[in-house]
Ligand binder design. Structure first.
Ligand code: TIU
Length: 229
């Protein structure tokens, strides 16, 4: 069985070719491009966009090596019936909200974070290709109200290489949930970013590998590119 090893924190991350999936979190126009939900949230778009090219390199290396690829998209059904009420009250326009526009409202790329809208879909650089799994999720974590766990099991996945946006939100929520489910996870530093990278990214990733890997591993991109070559 082919296995790989990359330098990581808190120690080397070993992963099998068969049994590992790359999990690309929410690389959607609404989070990454001007006029989307991220910008309305006050995002530093330059910071999140910096993850696009490294994620593309990681994705291409995984595809070439034969690593399974899963993508997620955050978004609601058009009638918003699947929107957690916590989100409705804080991230859509509701009494007391801090926003003037939010989830479900019409933006420059269609209704924000609504399935089927232009802004909800992946950025052009990171579109899924046939054979890759796309998981649509209503929440931050990719396991809640989705069949991600079952599809990972169906593919025999035990290890997850995790990247995408945002580090502080959907990436780490998903990695923490995956750890509880027994998956050995590694986040890839250059292939993730958030809305306030000066403050959030470093601490978010540090918390993952603190204390002998409380939630999992963190590694740079280059060791993955070298290992998968
Ligand atoms: N920062 C933030 O609100 N992010 C999200 O809503 N979604 C993801 O992190 N993908």
């Amino acid at each position: 069985m082919t296995t790989f090893q990359v330098v990581a924190k808190p120690y080397a991350y070993d992963f099998p070719l068969v049994g590992t999936a790359l999990l690309v979190i929410d690389m959607q126009r609404d989070f990454l491009l001007p006029g989307g939900f991220g910008e309305i949230q006050g995002a530093d778009l330059t910071a999140v966009q910096a993850a696009i090219e490294p994620t593309k390199k990681l994705l291409e290396a995984c595809r070439a090596a034969g690593v399974s690829v899963f993508h997620t998209r955050e978004g609601q059904l058009p009638d918003m019936s699947d929107c957690p009420s916590s989100k409705t009250y804080r991230q859509a326009v509701a009494p007391g909200t801090q926003y003037t526009a939010g989830i479900g409202d019409k933006g420059k790329m269609g209704r924000m974070l609504i399935r089927g809208e232009y802004g909800h879909d992946f950025v052009d650089e990171l579109r899924a290709i046939p054979g890759e799994v796309v998981i649509d999720k209503p929440g931050k974590g990719a396991f809640w109200q989705t069949d991600l766990h079952y599809k990972l099991k169906a593919h025999g996945i035990t290890h997850l290489i995790i990247c995408g946006v945002t580090t502080e939100c959907c990436v780490t929520t998903t990695l923490r949930e995956a750890n509880d489910r027994g998956f050995q996870c590694c986040a890839v530093i250059e292939a993730t970013s958030g809305y306030n990278d000066l403050v959030f990214k470093g601490v978010s990733l540090d918390m993952l590998h603190w204390s002998q890997g409380l939630f999992g591993f963190v590694a740079h991109l280059q060791p993955f590119l070298d290992a998968l070559r």
